[in-house]
Write a protein that binds this ligand. Structure first.
Ligand code: GDP
Length: 743
């Protein structure tokens, strides 16, 4: 308690002393303060000089020195915190005193047995160009290697295929809980997968059909085509003729696939109930080659459109045959012949002209021509001689998966080969489960599913993804093990992929933002819509000519037709503006454009469009930072303020200047010129006018200036004040109509 009291008293006393000291300091002479502070300034750049010096009053001093000649023009040469130029000059000075380090160097040279060898070359050192650091790629990228595994392979075979030593594989095998007596012993396909995954390999399961009976199977069909050409309507119409619809007496629930049966022939067709090429390509990407035939829907009143071409490309790359369904033939403007000609022009060899691609004219709305389409598909299937192994463990793919509140995870699968039996343990992708129930497309429980039969399975522990493969395993333990192994591998791959993507993104960004000239580069994404394809292409090409080092024009989409909601969505998603050339956007589209703040440009004259986009580019360009001379002052006199030790070296020289042009700013970069030669460039340590610190001094005014690291002013020196400015590119258009962006 007593000590706390004493302490408190001590603090109060010192506080009072401090208060008493302050007036004393204030009363001390200007010179005393200056000398104290200048002493400090001699230790560091006299940056804080202006804060302490109580005004060095250039005007008052100039009264004392009435003429230029009477100013002290020569200052002693001192090297405190000298610039590079001064240091260079100092080294050439023969009379100078050697520094401590230099003296030490000389003694080292002369004494001892091993003197430092002089460098033979007298070439000046070459400055190595600066190479920016690159992000280090992970040494171990994604495992590229995929090994084929099959039931009953030996450990030696697996070792050869994976390139991993037998000892390592045997070790993992023991950990998995399996024992083999020699490397020639066979292992199951599941164990082979576990081993391969453990050493980081991707696997491709080979399903043997040897000895198994193969029987004809129904085709699996996917419907593709351009948006609004009637894919969904066609699937709806077909579904109404499906087994499920007939037996359930109406429209069935959408479960990813349905079967259309032909009562006469006893055959059937399985349709995947997800229209569009997105689902098709996603399934393919996951290795699920489920589709046997593609129905290409083309509207008779519209013809071949961009997504029609995309669908053709998808089917071709998957090597899947096409059957063309020319839809909307009921419409008055329908022109199936035109569609056929367009398809022929795209390299589709239609039957009509001697090719092997069947064409059927249908109307999804009127449900006409559907039987012909089904016939064509069956004919195509016969041509393909589709067969599948019926006995043995099932091989299947997930078409769709959903979570049912009561029944848990449900997956619609299509059996590719073998027979799926209720009660089996399955592994699907990373998920596993015991098949509690198998239901057909009308929801009737069944105990088995045969090839091309879409069924819904129940009993999984989690939701699989479309395209995942279904494999049947011998026990729950094996299923769990495989699922855990796959999950681990999946997670590892995902992390590696994410890391690779992150590095790639960073690299791409670094490349994009820093062009060779050191500009910061930004992107201007544009969506182009025009009345005809040729014009859209021409507009896109013209816009690309406005590419500049600072702004890169990126045509994210160019298409034909009015500006639609999907264009606005796309533009909003990628921060693009929309260019509508010779097209309109509907009033609702306009509204949502305003809401989404997407810039939409409507033009009919290409030059006006280029001018608008050119101006947008100029607006978007980050510009280049440049130094500009904002003012120029001339040194009229030099004032020396002595430091604490009152020696020449201890003081600071103040340049008494007059601003001749522009304005000199305290924040600017100062450049000292003598007889036109630049002697120094550095920051301004202090700028004063009439004893007052000022931020800037305008033309015709006098000021006192102290420059960091420079003390060697002479009367007549010119001090330029440099300020950074951002220079934007310019949009240049010539009379001939040519335009460009000049940086
Ligand atoms: P999707 O985008 O390809 O799935 O096309 P939709 O099936 O949604 O059909 C787009 C529009 O075309 C809808 O308004 C349908 O009513 C209409 N439509 C589809 N098929 C026919 C047809 O055969 N005849 C006529 N007149 N209209 C059709």
């Amino acid at each position: 308690m007593a000590s706390r009291h004493l302490c408190k008293k001590g603090i109060q006393a010192s506080f009072k002393r401090g208060l008493l000291v302050l007036p004393r300091v204030a009363a001390s002479t200007e010179r005393q303060i200056s000398s104290t502070v200048l002493n400090r300034a001699s230790e560091s750049v006299s940056f804080s000089f202006a804060r302490y010096i109580n005004g060095f009053g250039f005007s008052s001093l100039s009264n004392r020195y009435s003429s230029r000649e009477s100013f002290p023009t020569e200052t002693s040469v001192r090297y405190f915190h000298a610039s590079r130029e001064t240091m260079a000059r100092r080294k050439e000075d023969p009379d100078r005193q050697l520094s401590h380090r230099e003296r030490k160097k000389q003694t080292v040279k002369t004494k001892g047995k091993f003197s430092k060898r002089e460098k033979k070359t007298d070439k000046p050192p070459v400055e190595a160009p600066y190479v920016p650091l690159r992000l280090k790629r992970l040494e171990k990228g994604l495992p590229e290697k995929t090994v084929d595994i099959f039931e009953g392979m030996t450990l030696l075979e697996l070792s050869k295929r994976t390139g991993e030593s037998l000892a390592v594989l045997q070790n993992i095998l023991t950990n998995v809980g399996e024992t083999i007596s020699s490397e020639f012993d066979t292992i199951s396909i599941d164990v082979a997968e576990l081993l391969a995954m453990e050493i980081g390999m991707n696997v491709r399961r080979q399903h043997s059909t040897e000895g198994a009976e193969s029987l004809p199977r129904p085709p699996v069909v996917t419907v593709m085509g351009h948006v609004d050409h009637g894919k969904t309507s066609l699937l709806d119409a077909l579904r109404n003729t499906s087994v499920a619809a007939r037996e359930a007496g109406g429209i069935t629930q959408h479960v990813g696939a349905f079967v259309v049966g032909m009562p006469d022939s006893g055959t059937s067709i399985t349709f995947l109930d997800t229209p569009g090429h997105a689902a098709f390509s996603e399934m393919r990407a996951r290795g699920a080659a489920v589709t046997d035939i593609v129905v290409l829907v083309v509207a008779a009143d519209d013809g071949v459109m961009p997504q029609t071409l995309e669908a053709i490309a998808h089917a071709r790359s998957a090597n899947v045959p096409i059957v063309v369904a020319i839809n909307k033939c009921d419409k008055p403007g329908a022109n199936p012949e035109k569609v056929k000609n367009q398809l022929t022009a795209e390299g589709i060899e239609l039957e009509d002209i001697g090719g092997n691609v069947q064409v059927v004219e249908v109307s999804a709305m009127k449900s006409t021509g559907l039987d012909k389409l089904e016939e064509a598909l069956l004919l195509q299937a016969v041509d393909m001689d589709l067969k599948a192994r019926v006995d043995g463990p099932a091989q299947a793919y997930v078409v769709e998966a959903r979570l049912d509140k009561g029944r848990g995870p449900l997956a619609t699968i299509i059996v590719k080969a073998g027979t799926l039996v209720s009660g089996h343990h399955v592994v699907i992708g990373c998920q596993w489960g015991r098949l509690r129930a198998i239901r057909d497309m009308i929801g009737k429980q069944t105990d088995r599913a045969t090839p091309a039969m879409p069924v819904e399975i129940e009993g999984l522990k989690g939701l699989p993804m479309a395209g995942d493969d279904v494999i049947v395993v011998e026990s729950e333990e094996r299923a769990r093990m495989l699922s855990e192994g796959r999950t681990k591998k999946y997670e590892k791959d995902r992390l590696l992929k994410a890391e690779e993507a992150r590095i790639e993104q960073a690299e791409a960004k670094a490349k994009e933002t820093e062009s060779d000239e050191g500009f910061v580069r930004v992107e201007l994404p544009i969506v182009v819509k025009s009345d005809v394809q040729g014009t859209a292409q021409a507009v896109a090409d013209a816009l690309r000519t406005l590419n500049s080092p600072q702004v890169s024009v990126n045509i994210v989409h160019s298409g034909v037709g009015a500006i639609s909601h999907s264009d606005l969505d796309l533009a909003q998603a990628c921060g693009a503006c929309i260019v509508g050339f010779n097209v309109k956007s509907g009033s609702s589209a306009n509204l949502s454009a305003a809401q989404a703040s997407v810039k939409v440009f409507h033009h009919r004259v290409i030059y006006h469009l280029l001018e608008d986009i050119g101006n947008l580019i100029v607006e978007k360009a980050p510009g280049v930072s440049e130094m500009e001379v904002s003012g120029e002052a001339e040194v009229l006199s030099i004032f020396k303020i002595l430091g604490k030790r009152r020696t020449e070296e201890d003081g600071v020289n103040i340049a008494g200047c007059k601003v001749m042009d522009g304005r000199v700013c305290r924040s600017g970069l100062m450049r000292l010129l003598r007889s036109g030669e630049v002697l120094f460039e550095g920051s301004c340590a202090s700028l004063k006018r009439e004893k007052q610190d000022v931020e800037q001094v305008g033309k015709g005014n006098e000021c006192g200036l102290v420059m960091g690291d420079w003390n060697d002013f002479r009367v007549g020196d010119v001090i330029q004040c440099m300020q950074p400015v951002i220079r934007k590119p310019k949009f240049i258009s010539s009379e001939s109509g040519a335009v460009r962006i000049e940086c």
